[in-house]
Design a protein around this ligand. Structure first.
Ligand SMILES: O=C(O)c1cc(C(=O)O)c2c(n1)C(=O)C(=O)c1cc(C(=O)O)[nH]c1-2
Length: 225
């Protein structure tokens, strides 16, 4: 049986998650124009690129080989064990399947200002806060496997112009997200013993939901100087 603290975390991860953002609702309903979907893929690459950086910052804060091994695997999931593998490579292939040259995604100059701020905010949060807060912020992944499923279905049904092979990133993230969130939840439940610590963990997860929300606000507007 889950504790009231675990219920609080699960409630935030469910009710404040970006699957309720208007841009995602339109994506899932098949209402995005190709240009909007391409804008999302291009800007979301900035988030993907920064995830292993924030995971390296978290790894540096962990005090035992067991914990560092566990977290190091996340970096390998994104960066791959060798050239041509890993989540970043799969995201670049998603871009290519949608007609975006990988050089375009790799060029940071194209990132929308609001996306940059949201992602940098998340990286700096993990740089500056306690391991408890940084790990708790990753718990949006409790909801990630479900949104991956919804997204795969939506892409197959509505966006057939994107080659199905481009969806490999989303398929792979389902199992990875389940495993990552299970591990992170166990750590947070173990570490947050006092009311104050539990409040900090809930606040960290709320902040992360807002990062994902802000990122989509910026993509939805799509304006840049
Ligand atoms: O596409 C999404 O909706 C989505 C959401 C999230 C999330 O909930 O934080 C992540 C991812 N994707 C993702 O691909 C990913 O690798 C990832 C890592 C993390 C994290 O905070 O450590 N979140 C997410």
């Amino acid at each position: 049986m889950s504790t009231p603290f675990e219920e609080r975390l699960r409630t935030v991860a469910r009710d404040s998650y970006h699957d309720r953002h208007p841009f995602n609702l339109r994506m899932h309903a098949g209402e995005l124009a190709p240009e909007e979907l391409r804008r999302w893929i291009r800007n979301r690459f900035h988030y993907q690129r920064c995830i292993p950086v924030k995971d390296a910052l978290i790894t540096a804060k962990l005090g035992t080989p067991e914990l560092r091994r566990m977290w190091l695997r996340r970096i390998q999931d994104h960066d791959g064990q060798r050239e041509g593998e890993g989540g970043l490579e799969r995201w670049l292939r998603l871009g290519e399947a949608a007609g975006l040259d990988r050089a375009l995604l790799l060029d940071e100059a194209g990132v929308l200002p609001g996306v940059r701020l949201a992602v940098d905010g998340y990286v700096n949060f993990c740089r500056l806060r306690t391991p408890l807060e940084a790990v708790a912020a990753s718990l949006t992944e409790l909801s990630a496997p479900d949104i991956m499923r919804t997204r795969i279905d939506a892409f197959e049904r509505h966006y057939g112009w994107i080659d199905a092979e481009g969806l490999a990133y989303f398929r792979g993230r389902q199992a990875q997200g389940r495993r990552d969130s299970k591990e992170a939840l166990a750590l947070v439940l173990d570490w947050a013993r006092t009311d104050a610590e539990q409040d900090l963990a809930v606040a960290a997860l709320t902040f992360k939901c807002q990062v994902l929300w802000s990122l989509l606000d910026a993509v939805e507007r799509g304006e840049r100087p």
